[in-house]
Design a protein around this ligand. Structure first.
Ligand code: ADP
Ligand code: MG
Length: 351
């Protein structure tokens, strides 16, 4: 999530190496860094410390830059772009933003607009463009309806020769729902370029892996949506990403009602019913965008949207704790503790 405060650039918090076995390369190097306002853990297997340190430093620097370039409300290139859109003016786009915008356009389309990074105005109205948890009553129905009626959509924008044109001034870009996935994709590619073949970049709520942890696969936990530790564990293989979108971290509470930070762009109101969605895919940007879109899709529509987006490892948890999964996901996850009620849907029969 590209939000909250960035703590003094990128702070290297802990940096330690665990020596295992006698062979010099058989070891895990781990470092924690603050990125996108959250604590990220980078684990690197099988290289010497100097190389691992260089990898961590490179990723820290990349993330720092992305945080600045893609931030939806801190002064920077995306804020400037959004100002130009609101003013009805074409604007030159920072080159590093172009692939994120283009990719997000495709993913928004594939999600039938349920993942819609053009709804920045609605997110702001709800107080979700802030490093503070919003409080107080929800915005007025009229204000929400007025923004929804303007139908901000990724279809309204196009980029030609590096210049962005929007046919709708109500569009305000916010990549909070897929930028982390894209950032992890880029981080892993950078590590590979530095000669690191085995690593896991865990940006909190989303992670990606390359290679393995020595002779066993990387293994990660999927967080319990009600914040009760880990609900399940899963082995993750080379190039796979695991992204979870949930309402456990960011929401607004007013008079006992929880307002989720994921909005249904069709109504402008927070989603209800689903507390989290986890998607595994080789494309981290897709996994992140799909996890958000499927929370919006909910129990009735998730199969259809998952099929449209082309993801097959999907798990949703509703407010009652029931788990909805594809058979492919069911074959991989191992639940901790008591097994929840599970409903399996085969996407090949989805409409
Ligand atoms: P997290 O922020 O926990 O990584 P997500 O990937 O689901 O979780 O991103 C949620 C963020 O995406 C919200 O905080 C908000 O800024 C933005 N958002 C909310 N609803 C939508 C939506 N329907 N489409 C696109 N972005 C959304
Ligand atoms: Mg997401």
């Amino acid at each position: 999530m590209i939000r909250k405060t960035l703590v003094s650039g990128v702070a290297l918090l802990t940096l330690f190496a665990l020596l295992g076995g006698c062979a010099k390369q058989q070891k895990l190097y781990q470092a924690q860094i603050y990125v996108f306002g959250t604590l990220a853990t980078i684990s690197i297997w099988g290289v010497d410390d100097a190389k691992a340190q260089a990898g961590v430093a490179a990723v820290s620097q990349d993330f720092d830059q992305m945080h600045h370039d893609w931030h939806a409300w801190h002064p920077g290139p995306l804020v400037d772009l959004n100002k130009a859109i609101a003013a009805g003016k074409p604007a030159r786009v920072l080159p590093s933003l172009i692939p994120l915008i283009e990719r997000s356009k495709e993913l928004s389309d594939a999600s039938e607009g349920l993942f819609n990074p053009a709804i920045g105005r609605l997110l702001k109205l709800w107080g979700f463009q802030s490093s503070e948890r919003p409080h107080g009553p929800p915005p007025s129905r009229a204000a929400i309806a007025a923004l929804v009626a303007q139908h901000p959509s990724m279809d309204d924008i196009r980029i030609k020769d590096g210049v962005l044109y929007s046919s709708n001034r109500a569009v305000q870009l916010d990549f909070g729902a897929d930028a982390k996935g894209y950032a992890v994709d880029l981080a892993l590619a950078h590590l590979r370029k530095l000669g690191i073949q085995n690593a896991i970049v865990n940006a909190g709520g989303g992670l990606g892996v390359i290679g393995s942890h020595g002779d066993r696969p990387w293994r990660v936990g999927i967080r319990h949506p009600q914040g009760k530790g880990i609900i399940a564990a899963v082995n993750v293989y080379n190039d796979e990403n695991v992204h979870t979108s949930g309402n456990y971290e960011r929401f607004r509470v007013y008079e006992g009602v929880h307002y989720a930070h994921i909005l249904d762009p069709r109504t402008g109101w927070p989603v209800e019913g689903i507390t989290s969605c986890t998607v595994i895919d080789r494309d981290g940007t897709l996994a992140d965008a799909a996890a958000t879109a499927l929370v919006v899709a909910g129990v009735k529509e998730w199969q259809h949207i998952a099929k449209r987006m082309g993801v097959k490892y999907v798990m949703l948890v509703d407010e009652a704790g029931t788990v909805y999964m594809t058979p492919q996901m069911a074959a991989r996850v191992e639940f901790n503790g008591e097994k929840p009620k599970i409903v399996i849907s085969d996407l090949s029969t989805a409409h």
